[in-house]
Every structure is written in structure tokens, then in C-alpha cells.
Ligand binder design. Structure first.
Ligand code: NZQ
Ligand code: ZN
Length: 385
């Protein structure tokens, strides 16, 4: 096992009715800014519940954080925080609203141009406005991690940052809040969580028995429950497990003491930046092809994945690995998530611009061995045609 530091200060308040616990979680004297997406929280009644829980506290609303939250929109929220002397942020929504809130939290206290937070890997971030979240879409794990991904529309850039000051203080996870999700977002959530696990599991063995078994358990839960998560929209037990798997997939636990890949995500971000494809769908395009291209270096873990996650025990090692990759692709497809360029009206002519974007963003040595250079990235993209 590799050396690691594990730190996660986010309190989880889980279960039906837990929005009411905001009253205990947020200081009585706080001046709160509620950050919201495009209207789902208002439509579903979650926002009313939140306001009721805030009681006599002073609060303002900031609406309109878009999927793949933009620097352009978020800087308007930074202005509100500064002008109104806000001292607590509350994100109510999916990963985009939470990621956006993390950026606002750090940018409001940043000396200098906040876009530099993205360009410097948050090197000069020292503080952030405290915040909590009410999660309405299980997918990203943003509710219990210190990562955020921000898009700057004007230059087609989508870049991540991580910093310990942007762990949420708490996250409220009420599975009933997911009942209103459209099928497309539910499928996205399953795929995103699945790929978060593989980014931390499908690398090379380091004798991390606990992390491996834990990752395999999370993957199997997604595979077993996947069809029901989609079809049985108001099944509390199923949605509870979905919500908790997605959080566990990226809260740092399975990633402690093991190598990480993340190439699927970095290549996927360019597909979103240039072609506005949903985050999870970009992962479904990249992952099966990446596993094919990197199957020699990932041989041992792919074999373990085939046996323990997909229960494939017959055939040569090569055949078992092939079958595991095909089953992964078929799983994504079974959720209605296309895995080929053609499913998104893209073709080979779009690849050079994607590779140029990777180069422009310094994504030239990706993966657990830093051996996914631009040529390999191109090969991976060609494998997804
Ligand atoms: O904007 P509203 O009106 O709220 O509607 C949203 C949005 O249109 C809707 N929605 C959310 N909860 C709903 C609902 N509709 C009905 N009922 C509900 N309960 O769903 C749509 C998509 O929301 P979004 O927040 O964009 O989705 P998701 O949670 O998948 O977040 C994706 C973003 O997270 C980033 C992605 O890159 C992308 O920008 N990621 C963040 C990570 C992190 N911080 O650790 C890791 C991930 O790998 C990912 O990169
Ligand atoms: Zn993701």
C-alpha cells in the first residue's frame, strides 16, 4: 500500500426529512447565500423546505448556476458575497451547483484574479467562505470532497482544482430529493460514480486489499441496482444506496494508498468543453477505449475486475479482460448512455481539436504511469469512434 494522509471533515446528514437539520448545522447568526441551478430546487419544493429550515436567519438567493458551472456566472455570485458581506454559503443542487459554490467560496477570499485558482492548482488559496450542501443529484461525490471543476466559456476551458478549505462543512443527503430526477441525469449519475471508482481501482496492484474490496463492492452495487435505480424512481431503499455509493465513490476513502488514473476524466473534460456533452457521457465514451489501449499496463487489475466484479472465470486471461471491457461498455449502453462518437454526432474530424485542447491545458502525461501522451490520447479517442 502507498503512504497516505486521509482527512475528511464533511458531516453527512442522511435520510428523509433531513433538510430540517439545516437549522442545527448553520450558525444562527449567519448571513446565508443559497446557491441554486436552473430551477429544479424551486420546482420540486426543496427550496421551500430549505427556507423553512433557515427560519429567522438572513438569506439571499443566487440562481442560475448552469450544468458545467461557468466562471462567468460564478463571478457574479462572488460579487454578491462581497457586497452583501455573506458569511455562509449553501449549495442546493447537483454537482454543478456544489462545484460552483466551492469556487465562489475560494474566489471571494482570493487575492488576485480567481481564474488563477484553476491555472495554479489552487496553490495560493488560503481560505474559503464556509459552506454546506443539500444534494439533489447523486453522481459527482462533490458533496464530500474538496474537488471542483469549473468551465470558462469564453476560452472553452474546463479545469479542476482541489483544496482542503473547500470541503463542505456538511452535506444533507435525502434520497427522496432524487425522485424528481430525469432518467438522463440518473443514468449520468450511475456512470459518473462507476468511473470515479475505476479511476482509483483499475490501475496496478499495490496490495491494498481493503480499498480493492471496497471499490469492488461499490461497483457491484451499481451494477446490481443500476436497472432498478433507473426504473423504480421512488424506491427509497434503492435510491438511498445509490446516493451513498455515489458519495463513497469519491470521498477519498477508496483512493487512499492506491495509484490513481483520472485520464478518462481529463480527456472527457475536453469533450464537454468543445461539444457540451454531459460529463458522465464523456466518460462513457472514453473509458472502454482507454481500457483497451492500456490493457497491458492494467493487466493485473483488469483481470481482478473481470473475476471479482463481473464474475468472469472462463477463457484465457486475454479473453477475460476483453469480456470485462465489453460488459462495462454494455452496462453503460443498457442505461441509455452511448459509448461511441457517433452517438453524439461526432466523428474522426473532431479528434485533432480535442488533442490540441489537451496540449493547451498541459494534459500531456496522464494516467497512473503518466504515459498517456498526446499520441496515446489520440489513439484512445480513435478507439471510441
Ligand atoms: O440546474 P437545475 O435546475 O438544478 O437542474 C439540474 C441540471 O439541469 C438537474 N437536477 C439536479 N437535481 C435535480 C435535477 N432535476 C430534477 N430533480 C432534481 N433533484 O440535473 C441537471 C444536471 O445537474 P448537474 O449538477 O450539472 O449534474 P452533476 O451532479 O452530474 O454534476 C456535473 C458536474 O460535476 C463535475 C462535472 O465535471 C460537471 O461539471 N464533477 C465534479 C466532481 C467533483 N467535484 O468531485 C467530480 C466529477 O468527476 C465531475 O467532474
Ligand atoms: Zn466524474
Amino acid at each position: 500500500m502507498l503512504n497516505f494522509e486521509y482527512y475528511n471533515p464533511t458531516r453527512i446528514s442522511f435520510g428523509e426529512g433531513k433538510v430540517a437539520s439545516l437549522d442545527k448545522l448553520i450558525p444562527q447568526s449567519a448571513k446565508v447565500l443559497i446557491l441554486l441551478g436552473g430551477g429544479s430546487a424551486k420546482r420540486t419544493g426543496t427550496l421551500d423546505e430549505v427556507k423553512q429550515a433557515l427560519g429567522q436567519r438572513t438569506f439571499l438567493e443566487f440562481n442560475g448556476i448552469e450544468p458545467n458551472p461557468t466562471y462567468e456566472t460564478l463571478m457574479q455570485a462572488v460579487e454578491v458575497v462581497k457586497q452583501e458581506k455573506i458569511d455562509f454559503l449553501l449549495a442546493v443542487g447537483g454537482g454543478s451547483v456544489i462545484d460552483g459554490t466551492k469556487f465562489v467560496a475560494a474566489a471571494a477570499l482570493y487575492d488576485g484574479e480567481p481564474w488563477d485558482i484553476l491555472l495554479t492548482g489552487a496553490k495560493h488559496v488560503h481560505a474559503a467562505v464556509p459552506f454546506g450542501t443539500v444534494l439533489t443529484l447523486p453522481a459527482t461525490g462533490s458533496e464530500m470532497n474538496s474537488g471542483s471543476v469549473i468551465t470558462r466559456k469564453s476560452i472553452h476551458a474546463k479545469l479542476p482544482f482541489m483544496h482542503p478549505t473547500v470541503y463542505p462543512q456538511f452535506s444533507v443527503l435525502d434520497p427522496t430529493k432524487t425522485y424528481s430526477l430525469p432518467e438522463r441525469q440518473v443514468a449520468n449519475g450511475i456512470v459518473d460514480a462507476f468511473v470515479h471508482i475505476t479511476e482509483q481501482y483499475l490501475t496496478y496492484p499495490v496490495h491494498a486489499a481493503v480499498q480493492d474490496r471496497y471499490a469492488e463492492g461499490l461497483l457491484q452495487t451499481l451494477i446490481e441496482l443500476g436497472p432498478q435505480i433507473i426504473s423504480d424512481t421512488e424506491n427509497y431503499e434503492v435510491r438511498s444506496n445509490f446516493m451513498w455509493v455515489a458519495t463513497q465513490a469519491l470521498n477519498g476513502l477508496i483512493g487512499s494508498g492506491v495509484p490513481h488514473d483520472w485520464a478518462t476524466h481529463m480527456i472527457g473534460h475536453e469533450l464537454t468543453a468543445l461539444h457540451d456533452i454531459d460529463h458522465a457521457r464523456t466518460l462513457a465514451i472514453v473509458l472502454p477505449s482507454l481500457l483497451q489501449v492500456k490493457k497491458d499496463k492494467k493487466h493485473a487489475k483488469l483481470l481482478q475486475f473481470a473475476e471479482r466484479v463481473w464474475h468472469i472465470t472462463n477463457g484465457s486471461e486475454e479473453q477475460r479482460i476483453e469480456e470485462a471491457i465489453e460488459k462495462t461498455r454494455a452496462f453503460f449502453e443498457s442505461l441509455g448512455v452511448g459509448t461511441r462518437f457517433g452517438d453524439y454526432d461526432l466523428d474522426a474530424s473532431h479528434i485533432p481539436a480535442l488533442v490540441a485542447q489537451l496540449e493547451a491545458h498541459g494534459m500531456v502525461a496522464l494516467g497512473e504511469h503518466q504515459d498517456i501522451d498526446l499520441n496515446t490520447a489520440q489513439q484512445i479517442l480513435e478507439g471510441a469512434l
